[in-house]
Design a protein around this ligand. Sequence first.
Ligand code: KG4
Ligand code: ZN
Length: 361
Amino acid sequence: MSSPFSIEGLRPGARILGIESSCDETAAAVIEVVTREAQPRGVVLADVVASQIAEHAPYGGVVPEIASRAHLRAVREVVEAALDAGGGWSSVDAIAVTSGPGLVGALLVGLQTAKAMAWARGLPMVGVNHLEGHLFAPFLDRAAAVGGAPRFPFVALLASGGHTALYRVDSFETVRELGATRDDAAGEAFDKVAKLLGLGYPGGPRVDRLAASGDPNAVPLPTPMRQRDSLEFSFSGLKTAVSVHVQRHGAPAEGAGLEDLCASVQRAIVESLVRKLMAAVKREGVADAVISGGVAANRGLRAMAAAACEGAGVALHIPPAQSCTDNAAMIAFAGAMRLARGQRDGAGLEPRASWPLGRVT
Ligand code: KG4
Ligand code: ZN
């Protein structure tokens, strides 16, 4: 089989500076693109992330205006730190920047920074779809990655704070959405339940930690979209079920039911994600599955997906936590694949609040 990767438009060993500012992380990274077993890989030379979580925490969610200002304050230092660790300007061949989907004011900060630097340095620049970054994150060479890089075609579950969808991926260029959430994203469901239980923001990691010592069958909760054979998700009913439970029984305290409730909520979310992922893998007849996005850090999801894939003879690929949550190394790699296809963007590149990936409308 011929390699799906053409290095045309990108010299072997090219170094890409990536910039990400679509939501609440200001990130910059430098990667080197290498070819291994006829597939491209991104060797991460620098991976810098400045999180705004503390600034948004008092509001229980991301405040767009605060995000834009925080990106402005952080972006210069973050890019300089990435360049210092990544070999400096002289080694950079091109710049890749997230141009959507995301908060427009936040995206603008990364975009304008990338445009200014590309112009000043005379470097090619390319705009990247943030979701594409998440999908191809398993191609980054990272210790602690589960399963290494996938083989095309594969099915990918992208589960983050803003997005939850399944994709069939035939190449770096050919992606088709198989199903998405009808309401909340999986990460949003974790965050909303955590808020109800007074666990702070973002709630996903807290629920994950508490769930580890709880009984996942202690509180009966509906598994979202269990009966339907569509590949869509729905998590808003789960939040309502937890809200009703808390109204009836009160919010449980740590050591007195909180762990059990967190474990039960996590089981419901994770079971829905894994059930649909496996249905998609079966329907599409692929041998490889990818899980990416912030929720892929969840230990319950990792364990259940590993067991399901092993049982079905499917190779599972999950990037390590720092490549699952928002970062610029994944943007640099997705940008490299666009550059390799000859894509270049100029000063007219605009931010896109909405940019569905592979959706057939
Ligand atoms: O991919 P990401 O960093 O940002 C978006 O593009 O949305 O994902 C952040 C989301 C948050 O909703 C957070 O609660 C969730 O990922 N998350 C987790 C865990 N770590 C992060 N959810 C469940 N378990 C975790 N360990
Ligand atoms: Zn993301």
